[in-house]
Design a protein around this ligand. Structure first.
Ligand SMILES: [Zn+2]
Length: 271
């Protein structure tokens, strides 16, 4: 078996492994995305919850201030009822109206914070609901990822064994070329030679469609040494069907030449 055939055996196992794992990779990607969205929602919820707490504290302070002012006003009123002079009465009245003005300022501020607080609480509830929903999606995504992992586990183990066996056959330098290409683009490591025209010996690279020098085609046909496409550098191989078919037509050609030669001799003998 030539190096190319050994590499091809490895490549076919690697492609199967990649195919099997692609669904798992998808499921993993989806799960990751859910986790990212969830983290985003959590961060927003936390920030909003912080704002709500702050505003609640402010509202609480306003309420205390409010109560304090009410108590003061009440006391002043009591004093006013027992005021002995109209001067004293007037002074208390002024004090009460100053406190009342303060009170209405605080009242206005408290109303504003309450409105703001309501809006924030509503927003927070929305984010929390969204987070709860997203958590459900994440549960499903995680389950799917786990299922896919289990689904392919046995086949992956089988293929890993096949891979080790195939790998053991590949010479070191060939493996280096293979690994380099694998790192670049795992879907474009090897490509089949495609026959365009047998009579005019036109063969192309199955990956980039570049015409291949006939010497390369001939190497693949015979020894199967490692052969790179001169244009895109993939490792070329030739399908067994094509090899067989070329061999058959070469035999046919040789036979008919033989026949022609034989016919010529017969003609000479006839004379
Ligand atoms: Zn190519």
């Amino acid at each position: 078996m030539g190096v190319t055939a050994k590499l091809l055996a490895l490549y076919r196992v690697d492609q199967q492994l990649r195919g099997l794992r692609s669904r798992l990779r998808q499921a993993e990607g989806y799960l990751k995305e859910q986790e990212r969205l969830l983290a985003e929602l959590s961060a927003k919820s936390d920030a909003l919850a912080g704002q709500v707490r702050q505003l609640e504290a402010t509202a609480h302070n306003d309420e205390n201030e409010f109560k304090g002012l009410d108590a003061k006003i009440e006391k002043l009123r009591e004093r006013m009822n027992t005021a002995k002079t109209s001067k004293e009465h007037g002074a208390l009245l002024t004090e009460i109206s100053t406190l009342k003005a303060d009170r209405s300022q605080i009242e206005e501020r408290a109303l504003e914070s309450m409105t703001k607080l309501d809006a924030l609480r509503k927003q927070l509830a929305e984010f929390q609901a969204a987070r709860t929903e997203r958590e459900k999606v994440r549960v499903v995504a995680r389950k799917e990822r786990d299922e896919r992992e289990v689904e392919i586990k046995d086949r992956v183990a089988e293929l890993e064994n096949e891979r080790s066996a195939a790998l053991a056959q590949v010479p070191k330098e060939a493996m280096k070329a293979y690994s380099d290409l694998m790192t670049l683009d795992p879907d474009n490591v090897m490509a089949a030679v495609e026959e365009q025209d047998r009579r005019s010996l036109e063969y192309t690279c199955g990956a980039c469609y570049t015409h291949l020098p006939i010497e390369q085609v001939s190497v693949l046909l015979k020894k199967g040494d490692i052969t790179k496409c001169p244009s895109c550098s993939v490792l070329l191989y030739m399908e067994q069907d094509l090899k067989d078919s070329i061999a058959a037509s070469q035999e046919k050609k040789a036979a008919s030449q033989e026949k022609k030669k034989g016919g010529g001799k017969a003609a000479v003998a006839d004379k």
